[in-house]
Design a protein around this ligand. Structure first.
Ligand code: URA
Length: 210
């Protein structure tokens, strides 16, 4: 059975996404909004992390409080657009570890080309959030998750801003154990592999390289 797809329909997320989609949104605005949505998505994707009791002393009394169980999360942005989520997410989970996965899309074949990988060595013991704003063909996501699994990761979650139905189907078929969080599911992919209506090239829009 395929893992779940969660659409984060919080009004703040939807409002910010609409501002980002507009072709007249500035580079500065786009980058800032991607960061802000990253923070809100991090809040949703960590909602079910297991807690464990810990005994602490407040200034008034001893109590049994709750803290997140296990090792720190790993945030794994797919370069380069995935980095747009990073600061926002780190502001919510500041102790998270960061793995970088360098993949670009060959413009002719749309296939994923891997060029960089650096991650904590103990991926098997951590929850890994794989970050890429656009789940289009899913070639990059499938490849990045494959690399992370090869290095031991077993508990992975994929977080994006926009998903195409084609990308969701492909990711689910390649990695049925990896749940997906997205702010919206759009109509389809065009012949160039762009999400329609989408927001264009997320990397270009956040770095001003259009
Ligand atoms: N990558 C993007 O940045 N935008 C798309 O629409 C598809 C892939």
């Amino acid at each position: 059975m395929n893992a779940t797809v969660t659409v984060v329909d919080h009004p703040l997320v939807q409002h910010k996404l609409t501002v980002m989609r507009d072709r007249d949104c500035s580079t500065k605005g786009f980058r800032q909004l991607l960061n802000e949505i990253g923070m809100l998505l991090a809040y949703e994707v960590t909602r079910d992390l297991p807690l464990e009791p810990v005994s602490i002393e407040t200034p008034v009394a001893r109590m049994e409080a709750q803290r997140i169980q296990g090792k720190k999360l790993v945030l794994a942005p797919i370069l380069r657009a995935g980095v747009g989520f990073l600061d926002g997410m780190l502001s919510l989970v500041p102790s998270a570890r960061v793995a970088h996965v360098g993949i670009y899309r060959d413009p002719e074949t749309l296939e994923a080309v891997e060029y960089y990988f650096k991650a904590p060595s103990d991926l098997a013991d951590r929850t890994v959030l794989v970050l890429d704003p656009m789940l289009a063909t899913a070639n990059s996501a499938v490849s990045a998750i494959g690399q992370l699994k090869k290095r031991g990761a077993r508990d992975l979650r994929f977080v994006c801003l926009l998903a195409a139905p084609e990308g969701i189907a492909r990711l689910q078929s390649a990695h049925p154990d990896v749940p997906i969080w997205t702010a919206a599911i759009d109509s389809h992919l065009n012949d160039h592999g762009y999400i329609v209506p989408g927001l264009g090239d997320a990397g270009d829009r956040m770095y001003g390289t259009r």
